[in-house]
Write a new protein. Structure first.
Length: 315
């Protein structure tokens, strides 16, 4: 195996190696910058330093992407081995004391996760780990695997079946969909019949392209409702609930989300009289960080709060 040259090693910082590692996977400055949560000019500047250090272009543009040079291919395994070794060293030598830590954990979750899971977890942190902070990361789903692998994202919460190579998964809970509508609805009670449900107007939460498990239920529901009954499509569960509260429409969504929004907005929660697929929520992390004490602690917090049973939206 080739090794990274030692001459002027002080000029080759850890950030530059991370940039090189991400470029090997993404083959694009734009996507690499997104994965590392940095600006393209800054990443291009780092690549220029790497090219100067190794006296090689490292990546050349071919059609719409970048291909590594022969020199870059020689460096790929040593760079990855070095980064993995540093991560293992940190994990084994660093003790994580949640009560004293000021670490910022970056968690990727979608609308439902922010509504349902972050509030009780943050409440727990305020009591036992007051210096720890959670940041709900905003990245494209297409960058999730790379961001977990690079450590830019510590944990992903949701249902992401395509996250397979190098990704660890732990189930938290499974659940069913529920519907919400305004209290005192002129036609619907606590247990709507199938005929009543089908005749009402509906608000759809459009999950297409997000990988959200609601997308499967959305398609199933769309196939059972008359087309004219779908009066609006909105991008978030909160927006759907507010619209439903201010109209006579019905919004169908994952049960835990529906329970929270029904409680907060004083709406009626009911079981939909149609068959919809169940969903399963899990937490995901990259195997490189499996032994990281901080990551282990964060996973334990989420599992203690949600493992086994879905949240029910109680105060």
């Amino acid at each position: 195996m080739k090794t990274i040259p030692g001459k002027h090693a002080e000029d080759l910082d850890l950030h530059a190696l991370r940039v090189l590692d991400v470029l090997f996977r993404e083959r694009s400055i734009t996507r690499a910058a997104e994965a590392l949560h940095t600006q393209q000019p800054a990443l291009s500047k780092t690549l220029a330093r790497l090219r100067l250090y190794f006296k090689d272009p490292l990546f050349v543009r071919v059609a719409l992407h970048m291909e590594p040079t022969a020199k870059a291919l020689e460096l790929e395994k040593p760079v990855r081995a070095l980064l993995d070794g540093l991560q293992r060293l940190r994990s084994e030598q660093t003790r994580f004391d949640a009560s004293q830590s000021t670490r910022v954990f970056r968690v990727f979750t979608l609308d439902a996760g922010v509504i349902v899971m972050l509030p009780p977890v943050i409440k727990t942190l305020l009591g036992s780990a007051p210096g720890v902070r959670l940041r709900a990361a905003q990245i494209g789903l297409q960058n999730l695997h790379t961001s977990l692998e690079s450590g830019e994202i510590d944990l992903a919460i949701g249902e992401f079946p395509l996250l397979i190579p190098g990704i660890r998964r732990q189930k938290l809970f499974s659940g069913q969909h529920m519907c919400i509508f305004q209290k005192g609805h002129p036609r619907l009670g606590r247990s709507p019949s199938l005929a009543e449900f089908l005749e009402e107007q509906h608000i759809f939460i459009t999950a297409a392209g997000t990988g959200h498990p609601h997308q499967v239920a959305e398609r199933s529901l769309e196939g059972q409702l008359p087309a004219k009954s779908i009066i609006a499509h909105v991008p978030t569960f909160t927006a759907a609930a507010i619209l439903a509260k201010n109209t006579n429409a019905v919004a169908t969504m994952p049960g835990p989300v529906a329970a929270v929004l029904a409680r907060e907005l004083d709406m009626q929660l009911a079981k939909p009289p149609v068959k919809l697929p169940a969903f399963e929520i899990a937490q995901y992390w990259h195997e490189r960080f499996d032994r990281d004490p901080g990551n282990q602690w964060l996973r334990a917090v989420f599992h203690a709060e949600f493992g086994g049973k879905p949240p029910r939206g109680k105060r």
